[in-house]
Design a protein around this ligand. Sequence first.
Ligand code: 2IT
Length: 445
Amino acid sequence: MYDYNKFMAELERKNPAQPEFIQAASEIIASVIDTVNSNPRYLANKILDRIVEPERIVQFRVEWEDDNHEIQVNRGYRVQFNSAIGPYKGGLRLHSSVTLGTLKFLGFEQIFKNSLTTLPMGGGKGGSDFSPKGKSDDEIRRFCKAFMTELQKHIGPDTDVPAGDVGVGGREIGFMYGQYKRLRDENTGVLTGKGLTWGGSLIRPEATGFGALYYAEELLKDFGDKIEGKRISISGYGNVAWGAAIKATQMGAKVVTISGSKGYVLDEDGVNTEEKWNYMLMMRAMNSGDLAGYAETFGAKFFPYERPWNVPVDIAMPCAYQNELRKEDAEALVKNGCKYIIETSNMGCTPDAVAVFKDAKVPFAPSKAANAGGVAVSGLEMSQNAQHLSWSAEEVDKKLHDIMVNIHAACVREGRQADGSIDYIKGANIAGFKKVADAMCEQGY
Ligand code: 2IT
């Protein structure tokens, strides 16, 4: 039998200075421990000891030349966490704060998220402490090329298929894919999030945001409610926030905030026009959260160095970064009558913020369920590449919608509590875990 406190103490001892990994693991272990302790096969297979240990971690030096012809050195990583149900799959994050601990947290989450999608994808994550902020196009290209020169030794269309994450969009995937092809002479779709003319899937850029709204729609139905007419606060301005703003608008809701590291914008008219969505794309392309510029252009209000969570809304959707929504933010949202939290950034809420929502009985969709649409469409991109064909936008969007409906149903099935309420966090963790754990047992050790 596993004892939660003992297990976590040992995990902390073995993984010092990796607080985000410990945070992610503690939530998942807490959710699944009863399931494991009541299953003799899981116990005999020491499933928890095995699942928290990455199968492989690659760390490498990335050397590139900046615009002043000076050598720059960054650290590159790929965490190949679990391949029980399919090739390692997960994004690459480029951000100054990236450490091995960050990528272990993201890779661990990815295992269960990918399992929830019902597609055959294992869990992985990679990236670098390279910061795209303030870098020229040329510098980004040289970095991506140097990064892939090493990474290509460790990935492949049937072993490990990276994609984008924070700091990695279509442009970066293009530079990396180009280098993979140059070195390997293969057009096998080893990365997802590719451009449409070279193997990419329609709807992949929109998928995370669209999927989060499809999940939210299903969750609201559990309470006899609907998206139409809701006021929504979103954080971030990147790919995820962009897709969420588009789909929320299409569903008849009004998105009143977006944000960056330097503050947030309150747009009472709604982030609801092509011009505004294109402005978001432009900010992303320039790696500059010029939200003051957005406010000026569209007659909205800019609040420097504040987070958007004091704004009264019906639904809050953190779409930016881990631990971006904290206890005091959760208290403000609850006080202002926020009815639903759709955590869309990976581990976007701190544990004490999640506890505030739980105490206040505010339904909470965890990120590994709510944001699984992104990786789900990556899985669909892999299928299209493997068949050497491409599906229409309608086809991909319908598959994405069906997947999100199924993920929600799995969360409800596994998360139903004795009092009839639904613990979506527990439901997502148990549903995602069981499939991977069963596969590990069946494949032996
Ligand atoms: O967090 C995520 O699910 C992603 N960054 C997407 C990963 C993918 O392989 O599409």
